[in-house]
Design a protein around this ligand. Structure first.
Ligand SMILES: [Zn+2]
Length: 741
């Protein structure tokens, strides 16, 4: 896939989060890699032909980008490029081997190898079309390319290179003339690498030397001198999708080719295909044959076809006339109305599935049994129904009926009936067991989290709750982790071990509600989590399987727990209702090189639940749990880096720092937290030494000096002086001391 061994030759810049790294620029995103990533995450269903879970994953990610206001345009693969026939043959062969491997793994009852799974994941027409439909619903500008996405991306980039940045996993980018290219490593965290080979970007590039004092990235130096021909020759000689052999011209590898480039440069000659070909020694190919091979690859790149914005087909070099005129079918293909891979109409079954797809409903089970929804049908004409029946009818359609009299209810119900002659109603089940709302659970104010979870597990409503996921097994897992003592309730301990977390995770939580920072739920959850007594309990468990469990108990600001009325003093209000929020997050390992620590990073929001009435949706309490967790890493974290940052992981450095509230003034230490001072980690190192967790902050001579000049004895004199002064003042004024003293 792409150009072989090119990535390693380039000086990449590491990006913590590509989406925020280039304000003001528009991203041109090759969707293929996101599709692949989502398919792999849902491998069992995807490989069985059910694309819905993978599409739901894509939809969630696309929503996340929208919520973060990423300026972007998505490009989907179109028809196969006939010039890539060799690559297709190689891929088919790989798939065949992978299928055999997976079959034999199944026979032996073991999990198939990751690389075999990856080889089998292909973005089919239907899958591409479904994801394109998600983009269309989310109003993300997108187009299905004429052929594969690389040429479409390159053409759009070259239209206005200063405005765009290409985001793609495909290494063809540089050969296609794309000079600002982001390659994403992890779509959820945004971790990526970036290369800028524009003249301006190269100006900023500082050549790096290897241990032999040689240029570490000679390819870039040659590119600076000779231009994109360097990458074209590299692609042809080392191997790319257009070469007959996967490894290009047999017998010449990266080391040899770089030596050839150096030789040509050393002789002061121009870097041409002929100059390179004459230096390649091949037993089977003549110099002319090599020139022809490189020429063929070059023209495959420059003749790659794409749609322009009008739906005309052009070739990348732009020298030829329009290859195909715009037509209704080219426009339809571009917007996903025709089969992306054939350019013709969809297969009947694909068409039906595509029409049925409602991107907004992907993430919860909306296919309810209508006969079981209370108020689904009106037994009699509205005028003859009682108020209760009318209310049920309206609420089942997510309408509101509160405060209305019968005359209005009849009017609204009649209006619904009128519309439903043409459009199927979208019904909402509001019953306790399987509907959106949960029966009111006893909030068990003041009880231990474990006790509450155990009580929830006994609740019939909880046991029957299956949407958006079966609740009971979820709660059961939390109970087990408590039993296994995996939860930490100690704030200090959480501070030491909490994986890195970014505020964007809250945006991700609420991304399906649209908008971004100004969203009410984001703001409100932040404000409420800051309130005194807003969050009264927070616990975290890090599971070795890549998940983090959070349990957060919060006090409702308005709802009161009536059951506690007799527990409070006479005439006082009952205690506020308490919500025990349970969240499951995904985390990934980090490296000291890229993150400065190896505590891991929180990357995704998995299942979550809250016993409040909106607990199956996206209530504000979930956000509060996240903000609370964020304070254990984010800007408000007590130390700029976790003390374990310089150590090697989870087990070490976990001893708690000790604080004493009452100590002599002389023993006070003050420190300013400065995020730019890595030396703060020093303190962390000391804590694991046997010396214990109390340590001396001054050198012995400093301590002696301090004791002499600011010692307790001088403080005693000062206190005596203040007391004396105070006494004198009291004699003058009967009021005692005044505020301004
Ligand atoms: Zn809630």
């Amino acid at each position: 896939m792409g150009v072989k061994e090119l990535k390693g030759e380039l000086p990449w810049t590491h990006l913590r989060d590509w989406a925020v790294s280039f304000p003001g620029q528009v991203f041109l995103i090759d969707a293929a890699n996101i599709l692949f990533w989502c398919a792999l995450a849902c491998y069992p269903s995807f490989s069985a032909g059910d694309f819905i879970p993978a599409v739901a994953e894509f939809h969630k990610f696309a929503q996340y980008l929208v919520a973060r206001k990423v300026a972007m345009e998505m490009f989907f693969d179109g028809m196969p490029n006939p010039d890539k026939a060799h690559e297709k043959r190689r891929r088919d062969e790989k798939r065949r081997v992978a299928m055999e491997n997976i079959a034999s793994a199944r026979d032996e009852g073991v999990e198939p190898a990751e690389k075999d799974k990856q080889a089998l994941v292909t973005n089919t027409s239907l899958y591409i079309a479904m994801c394109a439909k998600c983009c269309s619903v989310l109003q993300i500008p997108f187009s299905v390319c004429y052929q594969e996405a690389d040429s479409g991306l390159a053409a759009r980039f070259l239209m206005n290179a200063s405005q765009y940045i290409v985001v793609s996993a495909d290494t063809d980018m540089l050969v296609n003339g794309v000079s600002k290219w982001v390659s994403v490593k992890n779509w959820w965290t945004g971790e990526a690498t970036f290369i800028d080979v524009t003249p301006k970007g190269l100006e900023a590039h500082v050549p790096q030397l290897d241990e032999n004092d040689d240029d570490k990235h000679p390819l870039l130096t040659h590119f600076q001198k000779s231009g994109a021909i360097v990458f074209v020759i590299w692609a042809a000689v080392i191997g790319c999708d257009f070469t007959e052999e996967a490894s290009g011209i047999l017998g010449t590898g990266p080391v040899r080719l770089k030596a050839i480039f150096d030789d040509i440069a050393a002789q002061g000659l121009e870097l041409t295909i002929g100059a390179v070909a004459s230096r390649i020694h091949s037993d089977t190919l003549s110099c002319d044959a090599i020139i022809k091979k490189i020429d063929d690859v070059q023209s495959a790149f420059t003749k790659a076809k794409y749609y322009n914005t009008k739906g005309e087909v052009w070739t990348l070099d732009g020298k030829e006339q329009v290859f195909l005129l715009a037509s209704e079918s080219s426009m339809a293909h571009m917007r996903g109305a025709l089969d992306p891979k054939t350019g013709g109409p969809y297969e009947q079954s694909d068409k039906a599935q595509l029409e049925k797809l409602s991107p907004g409903l992907l993430r919860h089970n909306h296919e309810i049994d209508k006969s079981k929804v209370r108020g689904a049908v009106l037994p009699r004409p509205p005028e003859q129904c009682d108020v209760l029946t009318l209310r049920d009818f309206i609420t089942a359609r997510s309408g509101t009926s509160s405060g209305l009299f019968k005359r209005d209810l009849v009017m609204i119900a009649s209006a619904y009936l009128e519309v439903e002659k043409e459009v199927e109603p979208f019904l909402v089940d509001r019953t306790d067991a399987s509907g959106l709302m949960l029966s009111k659970l006893d909030s068990l104010s003041g009880k231990d989290a474990r006790v509450i979870i155990a009580a929830f597990l006994e609740d019939p409503g909880v046991r029957a709750s299956l949407d958006p996921f079966p609740l009971q097994p979820f709660l059961m897992e939390f109970k087990q982790k408590y039993d296994e003592k995996l939860f930490s309730e100690d704030a200090d301990d959480i501070v030491l071990h909490a994986p890195e977390m970014r505020a964007e995770l809250v945006d991700l939580l609420y991304s399906h509600l649209g908008g971004a920072g100004e969203k009410k739920c984001v703001r409100e959850s932040f404000e409420k989590s800051c309130e005194l007594d807003g969050v009264i309990y927070h616990a975290m468990a890090i599971l070795p399987d890549g998940r983090v469990f959070l349990v957060s108990k919060q006090r409702a600001s308005l709802s009161k727990d009536e059951k506690t009325r007799n527990q409070t003093d006479k005439g006082e209000k009952p205690l506020p209702v308490e919500y025990l929020v349970l969240m499951e997050l995904g985390w990934q390992e980090t490296t000291a090189e890229h993150h400065g620590h190896n505590l891991g990073i929180l990357v995704s929001i998995m299942r979550s639940w809250c016993p409040c009435t909106a607990g199956r949706g996206s209530c504000v309490h979930r956000g509060m749990a996240l903000w609370t967790q964020l304070r254990h890493w984010g800007p408000d974290r007590p130390t700029d880096k976790p003390c374990t940052a310089s150590l090697c992981g989870w087990s070490k450095g976990s001893r708690k720092r000790q604080f004493r509230i009452t100590r002599p003034v002389s023993e006070c230490t003050f420190e300013q937290i400065d995020k730019d001072k890595p030396t703060k980690q020093h303190r962390g190192c000391r804590e694991v030494e046997d010396a214990g967790s109390h340590y001396e902050v001054m050198t012995p001579s400093d301590r002696a000096y301090f004791e002499t000049h600011v010692g307790p004895q001088s403080m005693a004199k000062l206190c005596a002086a203040i007391a004396e002064h105070h006494g004198a003042a009291s004699e003058d004024e009967d009021e005692g001391y005044s505020d301004d003293e």
